[in-house]
Ligand binder design. Structure first.
Ligand code: ADP
Length: 511
């Protein structure tokens, strides 16, 4: 949303006498700047815990603090009746501790109520309270007076202007295609963070060049990580790193063409793909597929860790989920990966946690159902037995895939991939035989076998003082390594999985 639109929506709340507007955003400077410039005829006061009472003039973005001994209560008590004569904005920063928890201050709550009621019912009184915070804590005493305002992150057009302005200010020439890639890499950041990152990139060579995009992405990874809800996963994997799983890869390739031509697809009327669920036993390439999906789509990979969303305040977990999903939308187009779905939403049916997981689950489902953004979900799970059925109903995921242990042809490919990765492939290795001996082994098992065989050969070379560069791995060393790995063979679990595949209509990922 552009800043004029943000101002317009804030003003419409103020004009309809919403007494408390709660803004949950971590760039307070930007938010306050918007508030203080909403209306020049309004008295704008601020309270923060360290500096007490401050007054904003319309000329300066910084307040003049006049009394640091002021507590929140004494501040509100002092100014509560100002709004009789003059429209007043009261900006309260970082006051969560006083609204809820062990330090909750009942006097503060009651004076906030006093101001809210006057704003609502007295004709000659007009105050608007803005609570600015990094997290959402709504005390039930004030529930009826609070309006939550989602302060949006800058959209592409705004980021473009920020970067252009920055280049102008620094007197540097940046070509349009570099600006475009920098803009894309800055999506999901606040204005404050964008300026910080641009400064950093600029000081790393006195210019903005193509290489700065990776520096920017690294910085962004840090910022996103600090939010504690999402993580950007660097992707080195390529589609060629997956042995087999051809049906799933073909399907993903089709969708990749849509994401690579997103503008054209949207104009044409193509429905944006929502995402896939991949179920299968550990080590069969689910995470590998999540990563290569991002590479195929040429998009960033963001991981959502549901466990980290859980908070200690009432409603905090739901708020974290909302923020995480919003952030993923701000970063979009992107691939959003939810790993170990059954663990992420464990407890959804048990109700042990007061229903929090259940609510998070519902929230996620609704978002998935309604989402129109270009966030492509890859959910991976070992076994979905414990999850509610509605998760897998049509309309949520575009496709459900099941990855089984690799078949013989796939095992050959996987052996070749991992041998080549370690530069140990040679035509004398009887890969056919290795594949024959590894029925029921997972891709991860095969990788371990190759890894172990390479290690054994290296240690032998050292011990026998051989020329290491001349050592060639042979079939028998790998066959020995196979003996050291026990394949998976749980018939009960296999039966379970089979019935889930039939019940939900999973597609087999392999030919
Ligand atoms: P999970 O299904 O448990 O998510 P992973 O994708 O993490 O399994 O697989 C672990 C590792 O095993 C991968 O990083 C990869 O090296 C190897 N692997 C698994 N399946 C395959 C495959 N089909 N092709 C190549 N390597 C594979």
């Amino acid at each position: 949303m552009e800043s004029t639109k943000i101002k317009y929506s804030l003003l419409s709340y103020i004009e309809s006498f919403r007494p408390i507007i709660y803004i949950n955003h971590h760039d307070h400077v930007e938010v306050i700047d918007t508030i203080r410039t909403l209306d020049t005829n309004v008295q704008c006061l601020v309270f923060d815990n360290a500096q007490g009472l401050g007054i904003y003039s319309h000329e300066s973005p910084f307040p003049r603090y006049i009394d640091s001994s002021e507590t929140l209560y004494s501040f509100l008590d002092k100014v509560k009746d100002d709004a009789y004569g003059m429209e007043t904005y009261l900006i309260l920063k970082d006051i969560n501790d006083l609204l809820s928890g062990p330090n909750k201050d009942l006097k503060v709550l009651s004076i906030l109520k006093y101001i809210s009621e006057r704003t609502l019912y007295a004709n000659d009184y007009h105050a608007t309270i803005f609570i600015l915070s990094d997290m959402l804590v709504i005390p039930h005493e004030l529930e009826n007076y609070i309006t939550i305002f989602d302060y949006p992150l800058p959209i592409e057009k705004e980021i473009y202007i920020l970067v252009k302005d920055f280049a102008k200010e620094m007197h540097i020439n940046v070509s349009d295609d570099i600006i475009d890639s920098i803009v894309l890499s800055l999506k999901g950041m606040t204005k404050f963070q964008i300026t910080q990152i641009l400064n950093l990139a600029y000081h790393n060579g006195g210019n903005l060049v193509k290489e700065d995009t990776s520096l920017i992405l690294k910085e962004k990874e840090q910022f996103i990580k600090k939010t504690g809800m999402l993580e950007i996963i660097p992707v080195k994997e390529k589609p060629e790193d997956i042995g087999g799983l051809e049906i799933m890869k073909d399907w993903l390739n089709q969708k990749a063409n849509i994401f690579k031509n997103l503008d054209k697809a949207i104009r044409f009327g193509v429905d944006l793909p929502k995402g896939i669920l991949i179920m299968g036993r550990p080590g069969c390439g689910k995470s590998l597929t999540a990563k290569t999906t991002a590479a195929m789509f040429n998009l960033p990979l963001i991981r959502l860790d549901v466990g980290r969303l859980l908070g200690k305040y009432v409603g905090e977990s739901e708020e974290n989920m909302r923020k995480a999903l919003k952030l993923s939308e701000a970063i979009s187009p992107c691939v959003l990966w939810i790993d170990e779905l059954e663990k992420a939403f464990a407890g959804v049916t048990s109700n042990n946690d007061g229903g929090i997981t259940f609510r998070l689950f519902g929230q996620f489902l609704t978002w998935m159902q309604e989402k129109t953004s270009s966030v492509f979900i890859v959910a991976t799970a070992n076994n979905i037995k414990s999850l509610p059925k509605e998760f897998f109903r049509k309309g949520r995921f575009d496709e459900l895939f099941y990855v089984d242990c690799p078949n013989k042809a796939e095992r050959i490919k996987i052996f070749n991939i991992h041998l080549k990765k370690r530069k140990k492939w040679n035509k004398n290795i009887d890969v056919e035989k290795l594949a024959k001996e590894t029925e029921n082994f997972s891709g991860a098992d095969i990788e371990t076998i190759v890894k172990n065989a390479v290690e054994v050969e290296f240690l032998r070379g050292l011990k026998e003082n051989l020329d290491l560069s001349a050592i060639k791995l042979d079939t028998s060393t790998i066959l020995d390594a196979i003996k050291g790995i026990k394949p998976f063979n749980n018939k009960e679990e296999q039966k379970d999985i089979k019935s889930l595949i039939d019940e939900y209509g999973f597609k087999y990922a392999s030919k």
